[in-house]
Ligand binder design. Sequence first.
Ligand code: ATP
Length: 250
Amino acid sequence: MTALAIDVRGLTKRYGKRAVVDRVDLQVATGRICGFLGPNGSGKTTTIRMLCGLLRPDAGEGRCLGFDVLRQSREIKLQSGYMTQKFGLYEDLSIRENLDFVARLFQLPERERAVDDAVRRLGLVERQQQLAGTLSGGWKQRLALAACLIHAPRLLLLDEPTAGVDPKARREFWDHIRALADEGMTVLVSTHYMDEAERCDELAYIAYGALLARGTAPEVVQQAGLPEGASLEEAFVQLIARAQDNFATP
Ligand SMILES: Nc1ncnc2c1ncn2[C@@H]1O[C@H](COP(=O)(O)OP(=O)(O)OP(=O)(O)O)[C@@H](O)[C@H]1O
């Protein structure tokens, strides 16, 4: 197995003349949870979409799950799970029907078993006949995660998976993420929540499309030039203040 599930260098995406992701280097070891943080519009979603093969980088190179991000996007898509910011399942189908639909898309040979496993894994057994549109935000997120897992991916790319979800549901969601990582799943998860950042094994902080800091929480604090024991929030404020001088347009 590849030791690095994500290993990219110089990843760049331009819209017009503007590089919204600018020469990003990112390495995440197999089985680790990497938190991806940064202000709104800093390039997190664009980076995630390049990593999972949905968006072709304009420059850069590297591998996800050992596959070339430029030439093997199909293989990456088949072996990774991508959870978008918006709930993308069918509100007028039940939990079970939604999962069955995703299993069909992946043409899974043992569809019923895959759906059973996903339902069980995410604690959705009791609710499997409930229409997705009638679920609360927390349960919708769980269903979305179940849908991401149906094809047994090795990498999860989660784009603000818990935005707008209450603290209890967020905690339960993170317990699932940690359990998956303990089984060898690699997770890249974007978030604006500091408590979630604290739960990650490592962090990557992006602003203005550029990666400003990377490492464990204490390493990020150190890279922000703050003393040991300073909070991550302080570190991010410091990093963005510094970046503003370099990147902000008048
Ligand atoms: N298809 C596109 N065409 C033009 N500009 C785009 C396109 N997609 C994204 N952008 C711009 O690229 C920048 C980065 O967007 P991106 O969605 O990657 O940021 P983000 O960090 O995920 O933001 P948020 O935290 O708000 O979700 C933004 O300024 C956005 O407007």
